[in-house]
Write a protein that binds this ligand. Structure first.
Ligand code: NOJ
Length: 544
């Protein structure tokens, strides 16, 4: 396998959900200026690339994933000058910034859709997907949205139905219309010209739908999952992972490659079996640079679970492709239950071959906050308010989140009122997690903590070419709770990683080398080589 050089293959990503990150003007919601003010903290932590969830102009019905103008900034988050300053300030710190790009759909308040909806013969009619129904009150076909129920919405005025993959106020653009494609490519170019280093692509695998508009076949699956988008008793063959979307990935890559000083990158939000979604990356030079691999969100905390995950990703994302390691985002339950688990998970994430994504708050082990479904602000929860709370709570345990407010609570910065997220007298847009008085960045920056543990891991990853650019080789396991692998690089010492996922002490199967890191003593620079791994301990060893 070749050793990798491109920056995006070696980087570490930190996701900011702007609304919840830091409120600089006391209105209870985070903003761009707030992100700028916290850049030094992120820089000190050591993350290299920031991905910001959308802050374009939007009615905020889906908190920014419903864009009303791709070329302006939502006033509640700031101005165009603020966005430009953010890009500059990030670059001044030698970091990169990735914007979120929602290509699949717009808001129903976008001028294009308002025009499109106005009459059947409006020039923008074909910019969205309009079809005749099958009869009175009957949609064009049986296609279901990703959130359940028919994805078709009836428009009385023009007596036709429009298609929306996600929620009805997010109508899908029609990429079979060349004007749409051109327009969206120009928007992408616009932001790249402003210096943005790449894009995270929202529900990328829904972009093309089949032109036959035939019914999707029946499936026994009640709910979709990360690796199988079939669900709601339907197989999404005509709506998800359509062959034309794979082709489109190549076209978009060509646009991105027009900008190469520095090179930019794309990471796609896609769902499906690992062996299929790797095709979005083409041969590594002609598709999306990365796709999110979401199986990790549900991987059991066992050596077997993590070992199988590693094997699966290594099989399907062999170099020059690169896997991604994600344990949380703004749509999924926060996963860190105990400090030990969080440390082990981070050690794995920053030492495996792949691009790690850290969701804001994970650096301090922020917890999932159970909130009542009935009062949720999340529009997805709106659909499910009839579900009893106990069932919603049970579903979170299965990794299914109906009320995404629960993983979007404000960042916990310090011990001041409102955890320093906003001013003392402001009302944060979502309630803070009750543990905010104890769990916050200020406390963790000055003690042996998860924050300093991650900081140390990030330093080591940067220092050692084997960790940021080496190949990965699984080592034979001497114990059922032990996961071990080594990272090799032609110009640098080999690094071995041992993770104990169990409650018992395990004899470390090596007696040679230098211990660079242990999850149990994160700050020490030089540690004696242990003979035993304590319960839930992970170590990094540099081979002689
Ligand atoms: C996926 C995003 O991650 C989610 O937050 C959003 O609601 C949907 N796509 C629709 O854009």
């Amino acid at each position: 396998m070749s050793q990798q050089a491109e920056w995006w293959k070696q980087t570490t990503v930190y996701q900011i959900y702007p609304r919840s990150f830091y409120d600089s003007n006391g209105d209870g919601i985070g903003d761009i200026e707030g992100i700028i003010q916290k850049l030094d903290v992120l820089h000190a932590l050591g993350v290299e690339t920031l991905w910001c969830s959308p802050f374009y102009k939007s009615p905020q019905a889906d908190f920014g994933y419903d864009i009303a103008d791709y070329l302006s900034i939502a006033p509640e988050y700031g101005s165009m000058e603020d966005a430009e300053r953010l890009i500059k300030e990030v670059h001044d710190r030698d970091m990169k910034i990735v914007f979120d790009m929602v290509l699949n759909h717009t808001s129903d308040q976008h001028g294009w859709f308002v025009e499109s909806k106005s009459s059947r013969d409006n020039p923008k009619r074909d910019w969205y997907i309009w079809r005749d129904g099958k009869g009175k009150g009957l949609p064009p076909n049986n296609w279901k949205s990703m959130t359940g129920g028919s994805g078709w919405t009836y428009d009385e005025q023009t007596d036709q139905w429009y298609w929306a993959t996600f929620l009805p106020f997010q109508p899908d653009l029609n990429y079979r219309n060349p004007e749409v494609k051109q327009q969206m490519f120009d928007i992408v170019r616009h932001w790249l010209s402003k210096g943005v280093d790449g894009f995270r692509l929202d529900i990328f695998n829904a972009i093309f739908k089949d032109t036959s508009f035939e019914d999707n076949p029946f499936s026994w699956r009640p709910l979709p999952s990360e690796d199988n988008p079939d669900g709601f008793f339907q197989s999404n063959v005509h709506t998800i992972n359509h062959p034309d979307t794979f082709q489109f990935a190549q076209e978009l890559r060509a646009v991105i490659d027009e900008f190469d000083t520095p090179k930019r990158f794309l990471v796609g939000e896609v769902f499906g079996p690992t062996e299929k979604i790797c095709d979005y990356c083409g041969d590594g030079s002609d598709g999306l640079h990365l796709v999110f691999l979401f199986k990790s969100l549900h991987v059991p905390m066992t050596a077997k679970g993590f070992g199988e995950l590693l094997d699966e990703y290594e099989t399907h994302f062999q170099a020059p492709l690169m896997p991604t390691y994600v344990f949380g985002n703004h749509d999924r339950p926060r996963r860190d239950k105990t400090e030990e688990q969080a440390r082990l998970q981070r050690l794995f994430q920053y030492t495996a071959r792949g691009v790690p994504f850290l969701y804001y708050g994970e650096e301090i082990g922020m917890k999932h906050h159970s909130l009542p479904l009935k009062t949720a602000l999340d529009p997805m929860a709106e659909k499910y308010k009839w579900i009893p709370q106990w069932m919603a709570t049970f579903m979170v345990k299965q990794g299914i989140l109906l009320n995404r407010d629960e993983c979007r609570t404000p960042m916990q910065w310090d011990a001041s009122p409102n955890a320093g997220f906003t001013t003392a007298d402001a009302a944060p847009w979502l309630p803070l997690h009750p543990d905010h008085t104890k769990r916050h960045v200020a406390a963790q920056r000055t003690s042996d903590s998860l924050w300093t543990c991650i900081q140390r891991l990030l330093q080591l990853r940067k220092q050692h070419p084997s960790l940021h650019a080496g190949t990965l080789e699984r080592l034979p396991s001497s114990h059922k709770d032990l996961l071990s692998y080594q990272r090799n690089h032609q110009d640098a010492p080999t690094i071995r990683v041992y993770l104990n996922f169990g409650k018992q002490t395990i004899t470390l199967p090596t007696q040679a080398g230098t211990c660079l890191f242990s999850t149990h003593t994160p700050r020490a620079q030089e540690l004696p080589l242990p003979t035993q791994l304590r319960p839930y301990e992970g170590v990094i060893i540099q081979c002689p």
